[in-house]
Structures are given as structure tokens and as C-alpha cells.
Design a protein around this ligand. Structure first.
Ligand code: NAP
Ligand code: MG
Length: 496
């Protein structure tokens, strides 16, 4: 069995107290690897390595083209190891093999995008900002320094790459801490990076409990920025802990997104879309379309078709290429989801389909749809993070928008309609970071992704995502000599 170590300053080492934790396969409860559990001292050592590497300029002072070349080496190695990474992701996270395959492919693709961004010159010269228009003004985009990158368990490799890509492209050094539930592919990434020309200490990867080493990374004054994806609850803790030294933060947190189906939507496509939006990765997606809003005119036909299609879905071994629904990540999440299903029934919602545990090994739950719901119910307001969709009927577009926006979250959402123009009008009224039209989940490397309201702060992807990992510096060179003598007391004298 593989025994994964911490990766600090370009070396693999055991944790200081030699403790490990188990990587568990949620499909059958089997232990698949042992992983070093870092202590606070280990976390500090990783930060020190990243700090030293940053301050030495070994990465930030490289020409962008050289950083780009080294990041591209990681891309190539991810592609070379795609099969192994995919299988490990399935075993460690319960992701279906098709979703895991896509995750690995998209990880390499996104990192490739950021390898190219590394060589883009973001600096600008702006002439004439002074009163006389005779100054030179240079705007520089500089790296922030040391970035702590903390990721969740639902898209393990992909989330790590989404943060590593922009942080490294911009010239920062990093300490990555993946979720304990799914640390295996991050450990494989450490191995991959160790085989490239990446200078020592630029990327450090440590594994262990977020409540201990995550907290340390957030509080450590040598860290300049925290990039976090995870729950809104932990996001708030991070924001408080980062406040002491006013660290920069990017938070990608929870969601309860509305998937709106208008009366002129293509029936087959929108039913398939609703299933994809709500049940992709067993509903363990932050941007998932977990509130399904359906126009009253098509409600009966839509619910009938939805039920029929969901009941044909294949639930089972995530390693099997035919499987559409795999297990929930762990027993704790399984129990939380089953409790929400109970709550939904107690609140008066009815089950259209699903609601039950499947099998007696692993943590499988049937894709579940509640009907007779209203948006005030707990199951409509809280993020369940499992295969549970609430279906709410609406009478017109204003009501759909009102329901959609009645949420503490604002991450994703979609509108299904035969008219792009009609859908676009609604999309503009939704208080959310991403809206799909006749589509769901798809992201573009160039388009920013992130949340309104309690879904987060900041954006990932694209130029916005890259800029989140930079500071802006303005250098002013004045061409009027002896200017201070003339101007220091001000030049505009108010008329009497
Ligand atoms: P989580 O419990 O918030 O954990 C996320 C990460 O934070 C893990 O690495 C965790 O480490 C670490 N952590 C825990 N407590 C910490 C603390 N006090 N200080 C610093 N780090 C700490 O979230 P999760 O259960 O892994 O993931 C599910 C959540 O993520 C959902 O709410 C989902 O909506 C959200 N999510 C959001 C996005 C997005 O882009 N908006 C994407 C994916 C997921 P441990 O594993 O050791 O606890
Ligand atoms: Mg696992």
C-alpha cells in the first residue's frame, strides 16, 4: 500500500510526529493508502520554504516564458499519468470514472491555459496622469508572495489546479493543503512536480486536518494570501482568522442555485439538463442546480419525464464505465443527506422519486426529487450537498426570478428556454456569479467563476482569476523637475 509523504522544500518527508491518516474508498470503505498527517510545525516549515523561495526571487524573477515552460512540464506529466490519476481519483473520492476522467483532462487543460498566461505581460504604461500630463505612470502586476491554497473533496485534482495555475503563473510560491477525504491525487501531483524543473520550495504540498494545519496556514503572518474553496461555514472562519494581518483572501463557497425551466423550453433537453444540473457527482457540486423551478404550464409533463429518466439511472461501482451515480463521500455526509430527506418529509414536501439508501456497502443514495415544495423550506434554503433536488412550480418570469434570488447564496444557475433573448433577460436579473442558458456546469478557462452573496469573495479563472494572485503597483516618474517646491502646498486657490 502506498504511503504518501509531505512535500516540503522539494523533499518528501514524514510528518514531524510520524502520524498518518487513511485514504478511504467511499464505494466500499476500504483503506487505499496511508497519508502523512502534518503538524503545525510541518505547516510552518512549508510556509518557511515557500517564503524563502519567494524572497529569493527564484520563481518570481524568472522571465514569464520560463515559468510558462516549467508549468507546461506539469501539464504534460498530468496527461502522461492521466489513467493512473483518474483511477486514483475514483478510488479516493467515489467519483464515477467518467467524471474523474473528465476532471483530469480539464485539470491539464486549465493548467495549460495558465502556463500560457504566465508569459503574458500584464504591466501597463499610462502616460500623463499628473496635472501637467508630463509624468510617466507605470502599472505593475506583481505576485503577492506566499499563497496558502486550501481545497475541498468534491473535485480534488481540479480544485488544486484551479488555484496552483494562477498562483504560479503570477509568480507566487505556494503551500497547498487538500481535503483529508481526498488527498491522494494532490500527493501524486507532488511527485509529478518533483520530476520537473520547478525550483525547490516554490510548491509545497502538505496533508492533514484543516482545523489544525489549515488554521495555521491562515494565521501564519508569513503567508500573504489564502485561496480557499469549501463550505461557507469554513469560509467565514478563514475570513476571521485572516483578518488579524489583513491577508488577501479568495473564497469559493457553497451554493443553492436555481435551475429555471420556462414554458417554451425543449422538453427532452431541459429534463436531461435538470438531471445533469442536480445529480452530477451525486449532487456534490457547489454550483449544482439544486432548486429546480418549473413553469406551471409544463409542470405535469416535466415531472413525469423527470421521474422516468431518473429511475433508469445506473447506480453502483464508480469504476464501471456505465455507472451514472456513485457513492457519497463518507458516512458523515451520507447521514447529513438522509437527515435532510427526513426533514423534507416533515416539512410537508413529497418525494417524487428516490429518498432511499442503496445497497449495504459504501454510501449510496438514490437521486431524490422533492415536489410540493416552497422556497421557505429548509430543504430549499440550505445546501444539502447530495443528490437531492427540490422542485418548485412558478407562474411567471417575475416569480421565477424572485424565488431564484431568495437565497443567501449566489453561485450558479440556469435558464432553459426556446428563446435566447427571453432567457438572457432573466439571466441578467439573477444575483449569481454564473448563469447558463440551455446548459449547466460548463466552465471556460477564460470566463471568471465565483459567487455573489455568501457564495464567496473573488473569482477564479480568466484574467480576473489571475489578478486575484497579484498586487497592483503604481510607479510615478515626474518629468517636471523641482516640482515639489512649487506644488507641495497645493495649486488651486479658490476665488473670493
Ligand atoms: P470544508 O469542510 O469547508 O473543507 C474545505 C477545506 O478546508 C478542506 O481542505 C478542509 O480540511 C479545510 N478546512 C477545514 N477547516 C478549516 C479551518 N478552520 N481553517 C482552514 N482550513 C480548514 O468543505 P468540504 O466539505 O471539503 O467541501 C464541500 C463544500 O465546498 C461545500 O459547501 C461546497 O459547496 C463547497 N465548494 C465550493 C466550490 C466553489 O467553487 N464555490 C467548489 C467546490 C466545493 P479538512 O479536509 O482537513 O477538513
Ligand atoms: Mg477518500
Amino acid at each position: 500500500m502506498e504511503n504518501y509523504l509531505l512535500y516540503i522544500n522539494g523533499e518528501f518527508r514524514e510528518s514531524e510526529d510520524k502520524q498518518t491518516f487513511d485514504a478511504v474508498n467511499p464505494a466500499n470503505g476500504e483503506v487505499i493508502a496511508k497519508i502523512s498527517s502534518a503538524t503545525v510545525k510541518d505547516a510552518d516549515a512549508a510556509v518557511d520554504a515557500a517564503r524563502k523561495a519567494f524572497d529569493s526571487g527564484v520563481w518570481s524573477n524568472l522571465p514569464g516564458e520560463e515559468r510558462s515552460r516549467i508549468i507546461k512540464q506539469i501539464v504534460d506529466k498530468i496527461n502522461e499519468n492521466a489513467k493512473k490519476l483518474t483511477e486514483l481519483e475514483v478510488l479516493d473520492s467515489g467519483s464515477t470514472i467518467r467524471k474523474a476522467g473528465e476532471d483530469v483532462f480539464l485539470s491539464a487543460k486549465s493548467l495549460n491555459f495558465f502556463s500560457k498566461m504566465a508569459s503574458v505581460d500584464l504591466n501597463e504604461d499610462i502616460a500623463g496622469l499628473s496635472k501637467e500630463g508630463v509624468s510617466k505612470n507605470i502599472l505593475r502586476r506583481e505576485p503577492l508572495g506566499v499563497c496558502a491554497l486550501i481545497t475541498p473533496w468534491n473535485f480534488p485534482l481540479k480544485m488544486a489546479i484551479w488555484k496552483l495555475g494562477p498562483a504560479l503563473a503570477a509568480g507566487n510560491t505556494v503551500v497547498l493543503k487538500p481535503a483529508m477525504e481526498t488527498s491522494v491525487t494532490a500527493c501524486e501531483l507532488a511527485r509529478i512536480i518533483s520530476e520537473t524543473d520547478m525550483p525547490k520550495g516554490v510548491v509545497n504540498i502538505i496533508t492533514g486536518p484543516g482545523s489544525i494545519i489549515g488554521t495555521e496556514l491562515v494565521k501564519n503572518p508569513k503567508v500573504d494570501k489564502v485561496g480557499f474553496t469549501g463550505s461557507t461555514e469554513v469560509g467565514k472562519i478563514i475570513m476571521r482568522n485572516a483578518a488579524d494581518n489583513l491577508k488577501k483572501i479568495t473564497l469559493e463557497c457553497g451554493g443553492k442555485s436555481a435551475n429555471i425551466v420556462l414554458d417554451d423550453a425543449d422538453m427532452e433537453m431541459s429534463v436531461d439538463g435538470a438531471i445533469y444540473a442536480g445529480f452530477y457527482h451525486q449532487g456534490q457540486c457547489c454550483e449544482g442546480g439544486t432548486r429546480l423551478l418549473v413553469h406551471e404550464k409544463i409542470y405535469d409533463e416535466f415531472t413525469k419525464k423527470l421521474k422516468e429518466k431518473i429511475e433508469k439511472m445506473t447506480i453502483g461501482d464508480p469504476m464501471d464505465k456505465k455507472t451514472e451515480v456513485g457513492p457519497i463521500i463518507n458516512e458523515k455526509q451520507f447521514n447529513i443527506i438522509m437527515d435532510y430527506i427526513k426533514t423534507g418529509k416533515e416539512e410537508g414536501a413529497e418525494i417524487l422519486t428516490g429518498g432511499n439508501k442503496v445497497g449495504d456497502k459504501g454510501y449510496f443514495i438514490e437521486p431524490t426529487v422533492f415536489v410540493n415544495c416552497n422556497n421557505k423550506m429548509k430543504i430549499s434554503q440550505e445546501e444539502i450537498f447530495g443528490p437531492v433536488v427540490v422542485l418548485i412550480k412558478f407562474k411567471d418570469e417575475d416569480e421565477a426570478v424572485e424565488i431564484a434570488n431568495d437565497s443567501i447564496y449566489g453561485l450558479g444557475g440556469a435558464v432553459w428556454s426556446g428563446s435566447d433573448e427571453r432567457a438572457l433577460k432573466i439571466a441578467k436579473r439573477l444575483r449569481t456569479g454564473t448563469v447558463w442558458i440551455n446548459e449547466y456546469h460548463l466552465l471556460s478557462d477564460r470566463a471568471p467563476f465565483g459567487g455573489y452573496k455568501q457564495s464567496g469573495i473573488g473569482r477564479e479563472f480568466g484574467m480576473d482569476g489571475l489578478k486575484e494572485y497579484t498586487e497592483t503597483k503604481h510607479i510615478h516618474i515626474d518629468e517636471i523637475k523641482d516640482r515639489t517646491k512649487k506644488f507641495w502646498y497645493g495649486t488651486v486657490v479658490p476665488k473670493d
